[in-house]
Design a binder for this molecule. Sequence first.
Ligand code: F6R
Length: 237
Amino acid sequence: MAADIVQNQLTRKPDSVLGLATGETPVQMYHELVRRHRAKRLDLTRITSFNLDEYAGLPPEHPGSYTYYMRERFFDAIPLPSGRGHMPDGLAADPEAAAREYERRIQTAGGIDLQILGIGTNGHIGFNEPGSTLDSRTRLVELTAETIARNSQLFPEGETAPGQAVTVGIGTILEARQIVLLACGPAKARAIRETVEGPVCATCPGSALQTHANCIVLLDDAAAAELQLPPAQSQSA
Ligand code: F6R
């Protein structure tokens, strides 16, 4: 379904600006997009993309880095002209200047047309951990112990995920014209309930999405299991 939404967006506007997420959740979406691209059912070469986040201090060739993830799952299969697949710079000598530059590039590209999001078990979107202000912008952040432990599962044996990352802000995410939030599995059920049915507050960054006029939430049954309001009211998919 997420690949269909991306395809519909690219049918309307082939040179769309996409906001992209990493992590386990969108792996099948990338696989399906690449499959359609190879089958010539979809042309992904005209997009511009901006990823949500990158670890600080991790070289792009490290298998745990999000740059490596994107190359493996997407960019190597869809060679974009240079300068059109953007990643936040986790190695910048001046992270604040690099963050401002990332925001400027998003603006120069015309803003994000379609933002793909996953969600953390603690409700984070991008790497905006609980407590991030709802109007936050791209910046260097500290990751919580829960996020570091969970994300270390995707690192080579014996290695731990870095404690800092660069993430676009919640305010940056909310400026996208359309947002699709993906969540699968029981570990996400509480975060999804708080995101969809809880109060809008910084303790659950995902809840900020309630204020967006065009946000679709795609869930499997396990991630939707704790929703209490009928779907018509909660707007869950
Ligand atoms: C990744 C990102 C994170 C993940 C979230 C869920 O770019 O921004 O917010 O979407 O941590 O990760 P998974 O999908 O691995 O459960």
